[in-house]
Design a protein around this ligand. Sequence first.
Ligand code: ARG
Length: 481
Amino acid sequence: MTGQDDSRNSNSPDANAPKANSLWGGRFEAGPSAVMEAINASIDTDKRLAEQDIAGSLAHAEMLSAQGIISSEDAAAIRRGLEQVRDEIRAGTMTWSAALEDVHMNVEARLKEIIGEPAGRLHTARSRNDQVATDFRLWLRGACDRIDAALAAYQSALVAQAEAHADTVMPGFTHLQTAQPVSLGHHLLCWVEAAERDRGRFADARKRLNQSPLGAAALAGTAFPLDRERTAAALGFDRPMANSLDAVSSRDFALEVLSAAAIAATHLSRFAEEIVLWSSRRFGFATLSDAWSTGSSIMPQKRNPDAAELVRAKPGSIIGSLTQLLIVVKGLPLAYSKDLQEDKAPVFRALDDLELCLAAMTGMAGDLTFNTDAMAEAAGEAYSDATDLADYVVRKLGKPFRSAHHIAGTAVKLAESRGVPLSGLSLEDFRSVDADIRDDVFSVLSARASMESRTSYGGTAPVRVKEQVARWRTRLDGAST
Ligand code: ARG
């Protein structure tokens, strides 16, 4: 006999010992240890699913009654009760209990307090396994819609700036070295394109996740004559999921949304880094207003782009969330395992972060004022028109591009030795490099001429940029209802 056995056989139960769970504790005599309760409870996280949980229960109860599985009186009582629970949650008066583990059991327990016995019929032909999968899909569908709207607002802020700056010339970079002049509008529209693909990824994920797990029950379906089409339609799902095991165990829908979020956050982070660079004294290309700047507690002169830096950093948590959920799901056998309860925290954290980043980037995109003189000056530096000289030699003198490249390189070397830009060389200087060069060469030697010359489809010439601005206006104004 061990000490443990002695205590189990004791006839004096501790009046303070926790009671078995009233919703599933039929075969239990005692409640969980405090640590068991702490590791098991998810209510602090999943109470965010309360609206979706109640919507799912309303649809389920209505269907049970339409199918004659519960009486219409019970269904009406359940409906009234659930609506009251929903009101209490919205009003902030609901008491959440960790002893009741999760949102599903908290809502059901409160329903029982309000309506009594009929509450016990709600869970007929249902399990928390199909319930939580339904709630989570509904929540993610809403999140995809919110993020789509936020991405559209971000695009609109960028398009407005692009429209104002289609003609503004700035240096385009490769390797962060001055490369060729580009239009600031063109640069900003690049991020509009990226955001459009992000919207596509969220839309894609939303389309695939919009199927109903409800009615899969614990894992195998149910013997009750459910109408799964009916609950799917009531909840706005396209159809019921066709495999009950899949319905309760798959989480790739959340992984897809997190992947889309990770990619979107990465785009935001790249533009955020440009804002950090542009607003630095060294670049001096742009200024953020006081609303988007912070000071230093020791250096009175500082204006720091903290919000941009934080957006630059946030992919750390967002990509981390994706990795976290991939690791939770990998290796899990069918069907449901409690591991899957760990799916919500990373999703909520990542999408909260992304929404905040989008709001910040939309704010900053609209807030930036550009120092167009500094940009134009920088655009003309570092022989950014050397390609234009080579192109001139090809187009006007009919030489092969490889020779033209060499001629332009020789001219750059000569100008560099004199400490002047290409336009600072004389015609004689050019002729010393190649005797065929004429004085029309000077017309191609400026940052603006360079930018304006790049009229190929997708190029940086302001005429092309304005066409793209018009296309985006149609797309975004048409989409925003
Ligand atoms: N709180 C659980 C979760 O989020 C609900 C499903 C629990 N299912 C179960 N069989 N214990 O996954």
